[in-house]
Design a binder for this molecule. Structure first.
Ligand code: ADP
Ligand code: MG
Length: 360
């Protein structure tokens, strides 16, 4: 699944006529503030209907305009139609079209065009908060496990209801009325998540071993409640305090994970360069697992690769992505930093003041 063509209207500083992309490598160059990250942001928005830069979606509309519009065609093969995805954001709301039909629930868009990003402008699984790591995990599971989304939605609904009952200071029996659904779905989410980490582990070890030879990497997954107690018991013990606080303090909505490097926390013990390599290694491992599960791939966005990673790491990452047969967008100030020689079908683009054009 690749983004084959793309039209961008009034998205940040970008305004362009339709562009045709390679299903392999797309190399985007341009000076600072030309609009490189904005282009990646637009591609990301098409897949996930939100930005990876911390901003409200209103900030994405070009200054002085009232709406932005993105129209992309995604498909397997270059030159063949592909399915159009259209997104239009106005001050008063969002409209999404899939194959010409309005999309009512954003979840219907899931999996149409999966995108992963590596950019200095996004929190990573290492430096972001637990919420960010949960999103990274949930996003992967939404794609790999069809049933996960439904369980996740049921859990979220039960949690909302239970929290409303807690806030309203309802009697314990009324609060506990939500526990059966909450516990059933919590157990399933936990099972999906632990299985996911088990499946990811060999890919992670392989990726990180390549990027950081000799490193012993492990994942520590915390389900969201004390590991030595079963969740039903935790909820009973926590009820009084939960009522005082007005929310449920334990459950899969508080899950987290950390990556350890020779048993130490990576964020505390590794250099910035190593942290970046681990972050990319984690993303690559997720993509490889997705591939192995025969889930359609989308695009991998690498922003400002040359300033983020040294030549060895860059070559390793691009090599891994080429093996995976994934569409890649790489941005750089100039293209001397990116070796595209191994890519048969690389295409080059240059951005200037929000104008994108293909170069040869
Ligand atoms: N909503 C907007 N409308 C118009 N321009 C914007 C908007 N948001 C950001 N910009 C500008 O777009 C330019 C491109 O930014 P960016 O994509 O980050 O550049 P690059 O990644 O090439 O350095 C910047 O000058 C930024 O100030
Ligand atoms: Mg940038």
């Amino acid at each position: 699944m690749a983004l084959l063509s793309f039209e961008i209207h009034n998205f940040r500083n970008i305004q362009n006529s339709p562009l045709t992309f390679s299903p392999g490598l797309n190399l985007v160059t341009g000076k600072n503030a030309a609009g490189k990250t904005s282009l990646l942001e637009a591609i990301y928005c098409l897949g996930r209907v939100r930005s990876f830069r911390a901003s409200t979606s209103g900030q994405l509309i070009r200054y002085g305009q009232s709406a932005y519009r993105l129209v992309g065609r995604v498909g397997q093969w270059e030159g063949r139609g592909g399915m159009p995805i259209g997104i239009e954001r106005r001050a008063d709301g969002l409209q999404v079209h899939l194959d010409g039909q309005p999309v009512k629930r954003l979840s219907d868009l899931a999996g149409r065009f999966p995108v992963q990003v590596f950019s200095a402008d996004t929190p990573t699984i290492l430096n972001g908060g637990p919420r960010y790591r949960r999103q990274a995990l949930d996003w992967a599971l939404f794609h790999v496990e069809q049933a996960y989304r439904e369980v996740w939605q049921r859990y979220s609904r039960a949690l909302r209801q239970r929290n409303a009952a807690l806030r309203a200071q309802q009697a314990p029996a009324e609060i506990r009325a939500w526990d059966a659904e909450l516990l059933e779905t919590a157990a399933e989410m936990h099972r999906f998540r632990s299985t996911y980490f088990e499946a990811l582990r060999p890919y992670l070890v392989e990726e990180i071993e390549c990027l950081l030879p000799g490193a012993e990497i492990s994942v520590k997954y915390q389900p969201g409640w004390p590991a030595n107690t079963a969740l039903p018991e935790v909820l009973v013990q926590a009820l009084e305090k939960d009522r005082a606080r007005g929310h449920t303090r334990f459950g899969p909505h508080r899950a987290d994970f950390s990556l350890l490097f020779d048993e130490h926390s990576i964020s505390a013990h590794c250099s910035r360069g190593q942290q970046k390599a681990v972050t990319v290694g984690f993303l690559l491992a997720q993509v490889k697992l997705q591939r192995a599960s025969e889930v359609p791939m989308g695009a991998f966005l690498l922003d400002d690769l040359s300033s983020e990673l040294d030549a060895g790491h860059r070559a390793r990452i691009l090599g891994a992505l080429r093996e995976l047969d994934t569409q890649v967008f790489v941005t750089a100030i100039d293209d001397s930093a990116i070796d595209a020689a191994d890519w048969r079908d690389a295409r080059r683009f240059h951005v200037e003041h929000g104008n994108i054009r293909e170069t040869r």
